[in-house]
Design a protein around this ligand. Structure first.
Ligand code: NDP
Length: 484
């Protein structure tokens, strides 16, 4: 399967341009050049998508679990068979190293479909017995047409993380991937067609967030919106959807702490800290962007962390040597650079990185930035409070557990936290008090798809993953039957 230069919407099983006929440029971030185009869709395309989904819903919602399982597994198989094509397309579209697309993004997209395919066979609902009087059972029924909107950092991974449970639960979808990274969602639509997913069950509308995305959220027939993206966008979506009483799942930004105690396994921690700081160019909502180290270990940590950061190769996404690729867009690169300037103005010392990387050759116009480590910033400065979402981390020492917790919990976000210690009692104590939806102890990004996934505070509302996702995409109805 080869990426197409002309991406199309996928509506009612048919590939089509935007109703307006307008296109947007799709830029390869490693060169800064336009390499394909995508439909610049608006509310008319969304209307077509919602109509197609509504037409498909009665039959799809009555399709039994076995049939749904077979189709979703076939989609998973086809993603697996086209793994390399998907991975290359993802890297070209987003700038991430091919090693990341091959080991994280596309295997996970495949796993999402496989996981929720099997979940259709196992999802069960509760019953409540009232002794001698009545029995209650809960029907879990699909909602109808649902909206799935995803960001650019893990494009197919996060798009399928929403679509797969929505379809598994019997809904029909109007989905929009990020306009910056539309290619693999387009390839997915071809796979769905080949897998025999009935027309209209999944509709993919490409285009801008404030046009196509907003039209999905505003559409009265869209019963629920599952959104992953920035906190400000989440706020706007909530403001539109809440008065319409839509179900909402909002997975938003993070400013995750990484707490390192002096008794940790140094080598395992160091390897983990490098990954949690700079994987995917630091453009993962779960990256640990604020690193706090217990004082006795601080200098040793700092020197070794900076040394290893300097060794990371920033290079062409498709090169096997590249540990970091290009940032997703010029606008995003400039935003990260502004935060670096701000950090300097706030008194931070940049220990390494933060300058553009000259990758040379065809890549001169690409958006490459060397990974940066900043020291000397207080908790309350903007660089430590706002999400930078790039290859930038701040480091600081702490003296006690209480101080570590205060630092960790001292932002408006609460997505994930990482903790490195060999003291199990301390790990338990701290994990309990961290304000985060996910706490990793002595590891990072270890994911079991059955676990609840999501954040607290400004990092979102609701949980994805496992039965949480299937519950989100179904409406419970209690049926009470009187005995006798
Ligand atoms: P955005 O919020 O800018 O966009 C996310 C998606 O929403 C895109 O498809 C975007 O379209 C669309 N969109 C934008 N405005 C609207 C609107 N008014 N109505 C409906 N849809 C809209 O996020 P980014 O793409 O920049 O992604 C980065 C953010 O995502 C970071 O903050 C990161 O932390 C967060 N994130 C959170 C995760 C989590 O699980 N909590 C996981 C991964 C990322 P378009 O691209 O065209 O603007």
């Amino acid at each position: 399967m080869a990426p197409d230069l002309q991406i199309q919407n996928y509506i009612g099983g048919v590939f089509q341009p935007a109703v307006s006929g307008a296109f947007l440029d799709n830029i390869d971030p490693s060169t800064g050049q336009v390499y394909s185009r995508l439909p610049d869709s608006d509310e008319r395309d969304v209307q077509l998508a919602v109509e197609a989904a509504a037409r498909a819903f009665p039959a799809w919602s009555r399709t039994g679990p076995d049939a749904r399982f077979r189709i979703l597994m076939r989609i998973a198989d086809l993603i697996g068979q086209n793994m390399e094509a998907f991975a290359r397309a993802e890297s070209v579209d987003s700038g991430k190293p091919l090693s990341v697309s091959m080991s994280v993004d596309i295997p996970r997209a495949q796993a999402n479909f496989r996981f929720f395919a099997t979940a259709t066979l196992q999802f069960a609902s509760e019953s409540h017995h009232m002794a001698g009087e009545a029995a209650n059972f809960t029907l879990r029924q699909p909602l109808g047409v649902v909206g799935c909107i995803s960001p650019w950092n893990l494009p197919l991974y996060l798009f399928t993380w929403k679509i797969a449970p929505a379809l598994a639960a019997g809904n029909c979808v109007a989905g929009k991937p990020s306009e910056l990274t539309p290619m693999t969602a387009y390839m997915l639509s071809k796979v769905c067609q080949e897998a025999g997913l009935p027309p209209g069950v999944l509709n993919i509308v490409h285009g801008l967030g404030h046009k196509a995305g907003q039209a999905i959220v505003e559409h009265p027939q869209v019963k629920a919106v599952s959104f992953t993206g920035g906190t400000e966008t989440g706020r706007k979506i909530a403001a539109v959807a809440a008065p319409m009483f839509k179900k909402l799942s909002l997975e938003l930004g993070g400013k995750n702490p990484n707490l390192i105690f002096a008794d940790c396994n140094f080598e395992a921690m160091m390897e983990g800290a490098i990954r949690s700081s700079f994987s995917n160019n630091g453009q993962i909502c779960l990256c640990g962007s604020r690193i706090y180290v217990e004082r006795p270990l601080y200098e040793k940590f700092r020197d070794e962390f900076v040394r290893r950061t300097q060794q990371l190769i920033t290079g062409p996404p498709l090169s096997p040597e590249s540990a970091l690729g290009a940032l997703v867009s010029r606008q995003h690169l400039e935003k990260v650079e502004q935060y670096l300037s701000l950090a300097r103005a706030e008194g931070g010392v940049i220990l390494c990185g933060g300058e553009r990387a000259d990758v040379g050759g065809d890549y001169r116009g690409g958006y490459f930035l060397r990974p940066a480590v900043i020291e000397g910033l207080p908790l309350d400065c903007r660089a430590n409070q706002e999400e930078i979402f790039g290859p930038v981390v701040t480091i600081a020492p702490f003296d006690s557990e209480e101080e570590a917790l205060a630092l960790a919990n001292g932002t408006a976000y609460g997505l994930s936290a990482t903790l490195w210690t060999q003291d199990v009692s301390r790990a338990n104590r701290i994990a309990e008090q961290l304000q985060a939806g996910i706490v990793w102890v002595n590891c990072w990004m270890v994911r079991d798809l059955r676990t609840p996934f999501g954040g607290v505070k400004n990092s979102g509302v609701g949980r994805e993953g496992g039965n949480e996702a299937l519950r989100f995409f179904t409406e419970p109805k209690n049926v009470c039957i009187k005995y006798g």
